[in-house]
Design a protein around this ligand. Structure first.
Ligand SMILES: NC(=O)c1ccc[n+]([C@@H]2O[C@H](COP(=O)([O-])OP(=O)(O)OC[C@H]3O[C@@H](n4cnc5c(N)ncnc54)[C@H](O)[C@@H]3O)[C@@H](O)[C@H]2O)c1
Ligand SMILES: O=c1ccn([C@@H]2O[C@H](COP(=O)(O)OP(=O)(O)O[C@H]3O[C@H](CO)[C@@H](O)[C@H](O)[C@H]3O)[C@@H](O)[C@H]2O)c(=O)[nH]1
Length: 437
């Protein structure tokens, strides 16, 4: 099939590449000229494990193309995906200007039947708005489908190629038949395509993200209870995760959820509720608790140093919002940096992928180290904000030679308490008993 993908950010690039990988001819369109030139030249613009290999192969085999021209990109496409940003507007609701702007343009240039697919995360009713925006100028028939994307950054290729389910919201048999044909290779393992109406599909995406954010937040509150009741959240997590009704995944407490999706989508769903006169109380609590959780470690560090961090040298491991990505959108580490600096601490950070982005944001307010060990040079405490694999089994002998004192505040429960005790560390984590030498 011939496919167009409008927007080559995270979702657009993964979508385009994976559809090319299953034999389709894909043209990706982006208004960012520099990005398109890089992609045309074989340079991938996001860090996503496994994607570069597929990207290069499909580019070389001429199934994957890039352009800045919408008209050129959609020429002959049977399906046109909109993978455009839907950032929070001033009031927290999703900003639809990108999606509706492109839809309006599409109406003017469509010259044959096509299915226009919302892949972006959009509020209920957007499919109708997209339909109206296209119809205002359209001279040909078209259908609009809602096909939300559930990929996670860091494991995006696997999530896309082997989805748990594909959700298709549509009221057109003709569109459903094309979508079925396109997705057939991805659901071969028996995972379903779930057909529904557009509005339900749009709400499904927000409900999934809000539910997962709530699950994490619930565990973060259980972790706070564990600290107060002298219990161990790892034990509680295993104890409840063994119940299939609860499930083992997304039960890991930490310093809160970040990233480009959960924070904005929880906020947008809460705004949608306000707009229809419903107070979605759980979501308000989730947002409040998560905000506190991001800097949850800072008072602990402060307490350890007797109430003041002025002049204290703190090492920070991890800046991205989670491992295996360079994405720093809503990363808890950014909030920790701000809070530590506000307390007068001196911060040296290391992250395997995310340092350039943070450097652009904070400049020389903190120091960036060449590697995880250099970050520890003379530090009086180490704070861990992201659970990169390289932080899990470090060279403890080397760490000892660098740190001014053996003190760790672990926001991702990377280490086991007994190991830290045997190594003689002062070690505090989330929802687990502190280790004191
Ligand atoms: N990032 C994720 O993990 C993820 C997962 C599922 C769903 N989503 C949703 O998918 C959507 C896209 O997210 P993203 O992270 O890929 O966004 P992004 O910001 O990384 O990328 C968006 C791209 O669209 C381009 N763009 C903007 N206006 C354009 C226009 N008029 N024409 C062509 N291109 C244009 C930008 O230049 C950019 O390259 C959002 O709604 C998001 O909520 C994201
Ligand atoms: O047990 C857990 C799991 C995750 N997190 C945090 O939650 C955030 C989000 O993690 P994750 O869901 O793995 O990353 P995303 O790439 O943001 O993916 C989410 O957001 C995407 C965009 O909408 C959806 O497509 C995915 O299904 C959804 O998982 C990160 O800060 C994690 O550190 C925890 O604190 N504890």
């Amino acid at each position: 099939m011939r496919i167009a993908v409008v927007g080559t950010g995270y979702v657009g690039l993964v979508t385009g590449t994976c559809f090319a990988e299953t034999g389709n001819t894909v043209t990706c369109v982006d208004i960012d000229k520099a990005k398109v030139e890089k992609l045309q030249g074989g340079t991938i613009t996001i860090y996503e494990p496994g994607l570069d290999h597929l990207f290069l192969r499909n580019l070389k085999e001429n199934r994957l193309h890039f352009t800045t021209s919408l008209a050129e990109g959609i020429k002959g496409a049977q399906i046109i995906f909109l993978a455009l940003p839907t950032p929070p507007g001033e009031d927290g609701s999703a900003d639809l200007s990108y999606v509706l702007g492109v839809s309006k343009e599409l109406g003017k240039i469509l010259d044959a039947y096509a299915v226009i697919v919302d892949k972006s995360t959009v509020p209920v009713g957007t499919a109708d708005k997209v339909r109206a925006a296209i119809a205002a100028n359209a001279k040909v028939e078209f259908d609009v489908v809602s096909n939300p994307e559930f990929l996670r950054e860091g494991v995006a290729v696997d999530d896309f190629m082997k989805p748990d389910r594909v959700v298709i919201g549509s009221s057109s048999e003709r569109a459903n038949a094309l979508m079925q044909q396109l997705y057939a290779p991805f659901v071969r393992q028996g995972n379903p395509i779930i057909y529904m109406d557009e509005r339900s599909a749009e709400l499904t995406k927000y409900a999934a993200n809000a539910f997962l954010a709530t699950k994490i937040t619930f565990m973060n509150e259980i972790a706070r209870m564990c600290e107060r009741l002298d219990a161990d959240v790892d034990m509680v997590r295993k104890g409840i995760g063994g119940d299939e009704r609860i499930g083992k995944r997304f039960l890991f407490p930490g310093i809160g959820y970040g990233g480009s999706c959960f924070p904005k989508d929880v906020q947008a769903l809460s705004r949608s509720a306000d707009e229809v006169g419903y107070e979605f109380k759980i979501l308000r609590s989730v947002m409040d608790v998560n905000q506190e959780q991001k800097t949850y470690l800072v008072p602990k560090v402060k307490r350890f140093f007797g109430g003041s961090l002025r002049g204290k040298k703190i090492a920070l491991w991890g800046l991205s919002f989670k491992p295996n990505t360079d994405d720093i959108r809503e990363a808890p580490a950014l909030y920790i940096i701000d809070a530590l600096l506000a307390e007068g601490a001196v911060v040296t950070a290391f992250d395997p992928e995310a340092m350039p982005g943070v450097k652009r944001m904070v400049g020389d307010k903190i120091t960036f180290a060449e590697n995880q060990y250099d970050a520890l040079e003379g530090a009086e405490a180490l704070v861990i904000a992201t659970e990169w694999g390289a932080f899990r089994t470090p060279d403890f002998d080397l760490m000892e030679t660098k740190l001014a004192q053996k003190v760790i505040f672990d926001g991702r429960n990377v280490f086991e308490g007994p190991l830290m005790a045997s190594l003689g560390y002062y070690y505090e984590s989330i929802g687990r008993r502190p280790v004191k030498p």
